[in-house]
Each structure stands twice: as C-alpha cells, then as structure tokens.
Design a protein around this ligand. Structure first.
Ligand code: NDP
Length: 500
C-alpha cells in the first residue's frame, strides 16, 4: 500500500489489531476490545485488545527470555545493523499504510504524517550505524601490571510508554536506538493511538528481529501502563507524556526495583524574537511552532517573548499567518492543521481559552471552533496583554495557544524564558550571532533552535532540563542511555601476594 491514487477517506469498517507477543500478533480472543473513533471524522477506525496483567507479564517474560539467552545482544553490531536497515526499508515500503492509520487515530494532517514516517525510516537507518559504532573504552595508563577495560552493556528489558501526539515518531525516536544497544522491548502505546506501534512490531519481525525482542501490550495507561512502571522485571523504563505520570514513574521505580528511568515530559517553550531578526522568517517560524500538530507537541513554541520595539508589528505578522492556516479534514493533502486528538485534550484547551480571558488577557485571534461537519477542531489562538503569573503563560496547554510577552533587554528575555518549571526546548531569532549564542548558553533547555524551530534529524539528542525530564533519546547519546557501563580490571603477569 503506497501513494494512493484517489483522495483518502476513512475506512468503511474499523481494522482490528492483535497485541504483539514473542514475534507474533495475538488476536483479542476473549479480551474486550477498545474501539478508536477518528477525532476528525467521528467514525470507528481501529480496534485493539484490552490486555490484562497476565498479558503484560507474558510480554515481559518473553522480552526477558530474549534478553537473557543473548539471541539479540549476543549478535554482532553488524548483524543488528542489518535488521535495523531492513526495518527502515520496510517502513518506507509501508509508509502510506502507517501514515493513514496515524492520521485516522491522531487527527494529524496526512502530509505531515507522511513526513514523520519518512523521518522514522531515517532513524532506523541512522541507528543501524550506531549499532556498529557503539563501543567502550580502555585504560592503558594503570602501570605495567594492570589493564582497564570499560564496556557498554545493554541495560536489559526496556518498558516503553509512548503518548498519542506523535505515536510513530516518538516510538521511532526510541526503538531503533534501544535495539541498537542490544536491549529488548515491551512497548505500551497510548490506547487511543496504538495502530502504528503494532504495525512496527510486525515490520521488525519481518526484518529479522528475533522473537521476543519487541512486544506490544495494548490497553489503558491506568492499568497496563501502571503495571509496567511497577513491574519488577523491567530494567529500564522510557516514558514520554505528562509530568504527572512522570512523577508516578519515579515513585513506582522507588517502590519496585529501582528501574532506570528515561523521562520526556512537558514543556512551555520560549520563542525569543529580537528586533534585529528576519521578522518574516521569525513570524513564519512562530506560527508554525504553535500550530504544528495543533500545538499538541511537547516542544511547541507556546511562549512568544519579543523585543518591545517590534512587539505589536510582529504580533500582527504572526496573526496574519495563523489566520491563513488551512484547518480541515486531515486526510486532505492540503490541510495544515487537523483535529484535536482526544476529547479530554479538547476540553483542556477550551478551558484555557476561557481562563485566559477570565484572567484578563486579550484574545487577539483564534480560539474559534470551525464547523467541519464532524470532529474536534480549534483555530490557533494568540493572547496579548498577558502577565507572567497567568495560567496560560505558566501551564503546558498542549494546544494551539500562543501568549506574547514583550522584553527590553537580552537579560530580561533570558530571565522570562527561564521563568518556568520546564526546560525542554527553546528558539531564538536574531541576525546577531553573538546575541543568539549568548541566549542559547543562558536559557536552560535541552533543545535549542537558532533562526528556525522544530527542525532536526536523528543525529542530535532529545530531552529536557528541569521538570521536563531525565536522560536523552536519539543520536549516540540515545543508544548510550540504554547501556550501562562495566569496568573490567585485568592483572598482567604475576600477582604481588597479599598473604604470607
Ligand atoms: P499521559 O501522561 O496520561 O499519557 C502518556 C502515556 O502514559 C500514555 O501512553 C498513557 O496511556 C500512559 N499512562 C497514563 N497513565 C499512566 C499510568 N498511571 N502509568 C503509566 N502510564 C500511564 O498524558 P495525557 O494523555 O493524559 O495528556 C495530558 C497532558 O500530558 C497533556 O495535556 C500534555 O500536557 C501532556 N503530554 C505530554 C506529552 C509529551 O510529549 N511530553 C505527550 C502527551 C501528553 P493511555 O493514553 O493509554 O492512558
């Protein structure tokens, strides 16, 4: 199934998926089914099994066996690379099918979904090289009688909990790197967007990944997710989602087996625009940064911090861009902004739009609800006349809602940018390289863009400062995150005896 010849439409019948255990899809059988309705069309599109604790235990046991008998970690990096490369090729072959289900379940525009899937294939291809280049260290400076070797070993069984905003992209920012390290996986996608994770599991088996190395359990976060974070036989957990559940992961790790944690949590990311920036470019970037994926994006640039001398003019430029954004059926290739993914998220965003006005901010544009016949849509909104204590400025809204705060000096811009519990991402726009680099040094964020935003590839790591999380994903840093370091001391020659 590649490039469609005709305009896409939702399926006549929902597609039913099994969960994925030990190399094969397991049909729901007696288990109840969770049905997903398209957030844009309000018709059923997929059904997945509601897995049980026994299913989770079986998946962890399969991953444990696969790890312990070294069927994957015992292979050479070259052999692992071969599987990852094949998986990348298969993702490209099945890109249209993956993008279609991603759009149906998430509501994102199909053109965007296609771009993300291509990026995911690229991540598998890039990570294949890392499987070969992962290495340790040696110490030849310990004197003639001692040699030191440091090895990097896979952590073991990795639990992977992913959210609904980028179901395939976030998955693929992790899976190839985890597999490159030699670990095995039990994944739990969000119950509302599980299809692309299940498709990937099948692709990996077809690419030659040994059975048990990639398992997928489906069901709600409150039962299956909670079971994972408390599981005694999961060695490391990678969680992406809300700061609230991130905190639960830390508590559960402390209560259970001290599993290692990788956490990518919320963000309230600044877009700092200086008067000397190319304002046309900056306005386009700021509009894109808040409207992309309907703002349901942990790195979306939701706080515009703009130099006072150009603030009004710049706000008008961003407004003009946002008012021309094409909101509509995400299966239409020309749509730029699709549907809000869940009813709960829709209510959250609408709540903040109300709250902003109640708190005294001025809604410059957007916040409208276009009537497209079915589905949940919100026009990208801008708030001006905001103060730093307002909830719309402080909280992660996770929707297309931009706030604008003016600044007078670089110091003040940095101070406002850092005035948040989060530290996931930031962007700075200026044609003065000294100014831009000074800002990148002083704003505490894990990911920075200079004169661009939301750009990137598999080489650079992802992750946050402060309450945006722990650890890094992607790049060689992402592979190393799933390893632990072992020191080996080797005595050379005859031992100098301690005993008589
Ligand atoms: P959650 O943190 O609840 O969901 C993220 C993932 O965690 C999903 O797979 C979810 O499963 C799972 N999960 C939920 N509860 C638990 C639990 N007790 N133990 C283990 N896993 C669990 O986010 P929400 O969907 O509720 O979104 C709320 C807010 O979180 C958003 O408004 C946004 O601010 C933030 N968020 C941030 C994301 C990011 O990329 N950093 C991504 C998503 C949300 P399931 O969906 O099946 O319940």
């Amino acid at each position: 199934m590649n490039k469609p010849l005709t305009r896409l439409s939702p399926p006549a019948e929902p597609r039913e998926f099994g969960f994925f255990l030990d190399g094969r899809a397991v049909p729901a059988g007696e288990r109840s089914l969770i049905e997903r309705r398209s957030p844009a069309h309000d018709v059923p599109v997929t059904r997945i099994p509601h897995c049980t604790q026994d299913d989770l235990d079986a998946a962890v046991a399969a991953a444990r066996r696969a790890f312990d008998d070294r069927r994957w970690s015992g292979l050479s990096g070259a052999a692992r690379a071969g599987v990852l490369l094949k998986a990348g090729a298969l993702i490209r072959e099945r890109a249209e099918e993956i993008a279609y289900f991603e759009t149906l379940e998430n509501g994102k525009p199909i053109a965007q979904a296609r771009g993300e899937v291509a990026g995911c294939a690229d991540m598998f291809e890039y990570a294949s090289g890392l499987a070969r280049s992962l290495h340790g260290d040696s110490f030849n400076n310990l004197g003639d009688g001692m040699f030191g070797i440091v090895t990097r070993e896979p952590v073991g069984v990795v639990g992977l909990i992913t959210p609904w905003n980028f179901p395939f992209l976030i998955l693929c920012e992790r899976v190839p790197y985890i597999l490159a390290s030699g670990c095995t996986i039990v994944a739990k996608p969000s119950e509302v967007t599980s299809a692309s994770t299940l498709l990937l599991a099948g692709i990996l088996t077809e690419a030659g990944l040994p059975d048990g190395c990639m398992n997928v359990v489906t069901g709600p976060g409150s039962s299956i997710g909670q079971g994972m974070i408390e599981h005694m036989d999961i060695d490391m957990l990678s969680f992406t989602g809300s700061t609230g559940v991130g905190r639960r992961c830390v508590e559960a790790a402390a209560r259970s087996n001290f599993k290692k944690l990788g956490l990518e949590l919320g963000g309230k990311n600044p877009q700092i625009v200086f008067a000397d920036a190319d304002l046309e470019d900056a306005a386009d970037g700021v509009a894109f940064g808040i409207a992309f994926n309907t703002g349901q994006c942990c790195v979306s640039g939701s706080r515009l911090i703009v130099e006072r001398s150009v603030a009004d003019r710049f706000a008008a430029m961003v407004q003009a861009k946002l008012e021309r954004v094409r909101i509509g059926d995400p299966l239409d290739e020309s749509t730029q902004v699709g549907a809000i993914t869940t009813e709960a998220q829709n209510a959250t965003i609408l709540g903040y739009l109300r709250k902003g006005q109640e708190e005294g901010a001025r809604l410059l544009c957007g916040g409208t609800i276009p009537d497209l016949g079915a589905g949940r849509f919100i026009g990208p909104a801008i708030f001006t006349d905001v103060t730093r204590d307002m909830s719309i400025v402080r909280d992660e809204i996770f929707g297309p809602v931009l706030t604008i705060l003016p600044f007078d000096t670089l110091d003040e811009a940095v101070e406002i940018a850092n005035d948040t519990i989060y530290g996931l991402a930031a962007s700075v726009w200026s044609q003065d390289i000294d100014k831009a680099l000074t800002v990148t040094r002083r704003v505490r964020a894990g990911r920075f863009w200079v004169n661009t935003t939301l750009a990137g590839g598999p080489e650079l790591p992802l992750g946050g400062f402060k309450q945006s999380g722990w650890g890094r994903e992607a790049g060689m840093y992402g592979v190393e995150e799933y390893t632990q370091v072992k020191s080996v001391h080797v005595e050379i020659g005859k031992r100098r005896h301690w005993g008589a």
